[in-house]
Design a protein around this ligand. Structure first.
Ligand SMILES: Cc1ncc(COP(=O)(O)O)c(C=O)c1O
Ligand SMILES: N[C@@H](CCOP(=O)(O)O)C(=O)O
Length: 468
């Protein structure tokens, strides 16, 4: 399989090079030349298959270089071995035709682990094969950072630098990142928002001398390997509920648009997905874009679902690329307009194409708290605040179409957000061990101003790849 940039001005690459490249050199995101097709019989045959094996089967066509494909089953087996639930991503029913897909049984209690544990192994094996080092720089609104640190800590070929918005993640999220003692891990509290952090990250990728000097690699969902690994749980949950013989909708708490894009990829591959429901918090750029056709970031509002406090949803670019019929010039024009005037209009045909598959709902703070309380009262089940936005959106969908099952993706363990849960149901969930004990360790982080040059200098001084 080969990959092209959404902006059409970077070289086409094979999977292994995309894995290390992260963002394309033209500022675009890599997408496969074509989506592999999974036939209905192959989907049905996933029933009862262990998650790691399903992952290896579904991801293999995207990988396709002989060496990588051969390593995939072992990497997947190892990636999911440490999960606290045998099913890896189990489903729980909380109301008629409403299911919660629990994606928080990995080491850092968020859905990021499902991709990051695999990505860590793929990247490490590739670096060893090529005898290379890499400097991973990641931007996080709370969960990607911890998952990346957990996946790459202690690896001799990698240094990890994580930028998180200072004072804008939960205490548990912060401690998950800052209490790690491995000296290849560097946590930066950026004086800005997640969007500022992601903006710096993208600018670093476009800074050729820096990129080459530190052997820059990325593990945010701008890296294709991240979203493709997230596609797997749409298939496993769909099959558990009757796919390929039954259509299913998915409600996805959304920020950077990676997770819901993974559902779209599953649909392109042949999973019978009915609706993809984008749930946002007050940071509602996607809900506004779908309603009005205008993609226009506004200032970020802090909420009780901080990981979704995002206004620039990077993976929307991949969707726009497909919706325009893979028109590089249209994508370039849209993102040039975003850079120059702070917005772009989605042309009518692509907007219709997007609306045919996606819908969106913005869920406010009071509704989020009410949803956590309701689900606790009616089902005895504790939702984290991000998941609550998805469940609220799923219920809205079920009011319109009660016959089609909706899977709401549960993207984080509620114990990561104890204040929000206590506010809604009067008590705090417990953090699973051994994480709870580790979070007592001393914290280590550096506060940096929101300045690309300052961040670049900090990284270049410490990255071992830059010292070779
Ligand atoms: C708990 C949680 N829910 C939802 C999201 C949104 O996911 P995405 O950025 O893939 O849209 C995030 C961040 O990515 C998250 O950490
Ligand atoms: N919510 C994310 C933001 C980054 O998303 P990613 O999927 O692009 O890594 C986080 O928790 O960091």
């Amino acid at each position: 399989m080969r990959y092209l940039s959404t902006r059409g001005e970077a070289a086409q690459l094979a999977f292994e090079d995309v894995l290390l490249a992260g963002l394309a050199t033209d500022g675009g995101l890599y997408a496969p030349l074509a989506y592999p097709h999974v036939a209905p019989g192959e989907i049905a045959a996933l029933a009862g298959v262990p998650y790691a094996e399903a992952a290896a089967r579904l991801i293999a066509p995207f990988v396709s270089e002989a060496a990588s494909e051969a390593g995939l089953p072992g990497q997947a087996e190892a990636a999911y071995a440490s999960f606290r639930h045998r099913a890896i991503a189990p489903l729980t029913q909380i109301a008629d035709n409403l299911f919660v897909l629990e994606l928080f049984h990995g080491p850092t209690l968020a859905f990021k682990d499902l991709a990051m544990q695999l990505l860590g192994r793929m990247m490490n094996d590739l670096l060893e094969k090529r005898n290379l080092r890499a400097t991973i720089v990641g931007a996080t609104s709370g969960d990607t950072g911890a998952a990346a640190i957990e996946a790459f800590r202690g690896l001799p070929r990698v240094d990890v630098f994580i930028l998180y918005p200072h004072g804008r993640v939960s205490e548990v999220q912060r401690r998950q990142m800052t209490t790690v003692a491995d000296d290849n891990v560097h946590t930066i509290a950026l004086q800005g928002t997640f969007d500022d952090a992601q903006n710096i990250l993208k600018r670093l990728f476009r800074n050729k001398p820096f990129r080459e000097r530190v052997a820059l690699a990325g593990v945010n969902s701008i890296n294709w390997a991240r979203v493709v690994a997230q596609m797997v749980y749409y298939f496993t949950s769909g099959v558990a509920l009757g796919a390929p013989h039954r259509r299913i909708s998915y409600a996805v708490p959304t920020g950077n648009f990676g997770d819901v894009l993974a559902g779209y990829i599953a649909k392109r591959m042949g999973l019978p997905v009915d609706r993809l429901i984008v749930a946002t918090n007050a940071n509602d750029i996607l809900a506004r874009a779908l309603a009005t056709g205008r993609y226009e970031p506004r200032g970020v509002t802090p909420t009780q679902s901080p990981s979704m406090d995002i206004q620039v949803s990077s993976n929307f670019e991949r969707l726009l690329f497909d919706a325009t019929g893979r028109d590089h010039a249209a994508v370039r024009a849209a993102f040039a307009s975003l850079e120059q005037s702070g917005a772009f209009e989605i042309p009518p045909a692509p907007l219709e194409a997007i609306r045919a598959e996606f819908e969106a709902l913005s869920v406010g703070e009071a509704q989020t708290t009410a949803e956590i309380a309701r689900t606790w009262r009616e089902a005895g089940y504790v939702l984290d605040p991000h998941t609550a936005t998805g469940v609220r959106a799923a219920r809205t969908r079920l009011e319109k179409d009660p016959a089609t099952p909706v899977v709401a993706l549960s993207t984080a363990h509620p114990a990561k957000f104890p204040e929000a849960i206590e506010r809604a149901i009067g008590h705090r969930p417990r953090l699973p061990e051994p994480l709870a004990a580790r979070l007592e360790a001393p914290e280590r982080f550096t506060v940096l101003e929101n300045d690309e040059a300052r961040v670049a200098a900090f990284i270049a001084e410490r990255a071992r790849a830059a010292q070779i």
